[in-house]
Ligand binder design. Structure first.
Ligand SMILES: [Zn+2]
Length: 286
């Protein structure tokens, strides 16, 4: 299994497949945390082996709160993935971030409520650093590629992740704006946390479909939003193809060694069953 692909792509709303993949095969992967959202599609894109996973399943049938992110990230790790490009449709909380713009956030704010957000559990406790939730190296590669394609891209900003599946109230949207957040979505967490625990570089491309609910606009229809989503998906496919050849790199970022000092449970107190579940992630240290 290991060594199938170093680059993982997690598709969000509107992105359920990628054209141009060669030598495609679909793999069903079991994990100690259950089943991923769908079969993982392995293939070669622009000369790079990739693993593609539609987060909501093909046909979009999993709601954000019930995505089995632990299984998704674990499965990608099992395939040898070292870097994940995560696509997330989102709303804008700032005037200058317009629908159809791309945002590469550098911060996250967690407003999810009921999601399992760690591989650790009683019997084996660990704490990873998460001050910088996104890989800055991967983010910069995406930024340069987006610029080279003349895509409207914003570097940095805070992605506030809500539970959903409902959108925000006006009051919530106003507060999120007051707090200085840039974009709002439902899926970057707990993915980003789990990717860090799996020592996988993780970067989000926020695809802006609308102005959330804070802005009084006259002609916003569901049709407009869907058209924006469609245009975004076409653009992000171009971006992925452009960035891939630049991602073959030695990882000097903090993601690569995030678990080195994370585990704090004494060896004689470790639960063997939990250890076996986590061995893929921590086995090289503990
Ligand atoms: Zn990294």
């Amino acid at each position: 299994m290991q060594g199938e692909a170093k680059i993982g792509i997690i598709g969000g709303s509107g992105l359920y497949e990628i054209e141009g993949l060669k030598n495609v095969k679909e793999v069903k992967i079991d994990t100690p945390f259950g089943q991923p959202s769908d079969k993982i599609i392995l293939g070669n894109l622009e000369g790079i082996n990739c693993a593609f996973l539609p987060r909501h399943g093909r046909g979009h049938w999993v709601i954000p709160a019930e995505i089995n992110s632990r299984a998704n990230i674990y499965a990608l790790k099992k395939l040898g993935v070292e870097q994940i490009i995560a696509i997330s449709a989102c709303g804008s909380l700032r005037e200058e971030i317009r629908p159809r713009d791309f945002v590469l956030p550098d911060q996250l704010f967690d407003r999810t409520k009921m999601r399992v957000s760690s591989f650790f559990q009683s019997g084996l406790v660990g704490h990873v650093g998460f001050a910088h939730p996104f890989c800055s190296e991967l983010t910069m590669s995406l930024y340069h590629s987006a610029k080279s394609l003349n895509l409207p891209v914003h570097l940095g900003g805070t992605y506030v992740c809500i539970e959903g599946p409902q959108f925000s109230t006006k009051a919530e949207s106003a507060v999120n704006r007051l707090l200085g957040f840039s974009i709002i979505g439902m899926t970057a967490l707990p993915e980003a946390k789990l990717a860090r625990e799996a020592e996988i570089c993780y970067a989000t491309i926020g695809l802006v479909t609308d102005y959330d609910v804070w802005k009084e606009e006259e002609h916003v229809t569901i049709k407009t939003v869907l058209n924006n989503m469609k245009a975004n998906v076409e653009n992000v496919k171009k971006l992925i193809k452009t960035v891939l050849p630049n991602l073959d790199r030695k990882r000097n970022c903090e993601c690569a060694t995030a678990m080195k000092y994370a585990v704090i449970t004494a060896k004689n107190k470790m639960d063997k069953k939990v250890y076996n579940k986590l061995k893929l992630l921590i086995g090289k240290y503990v």
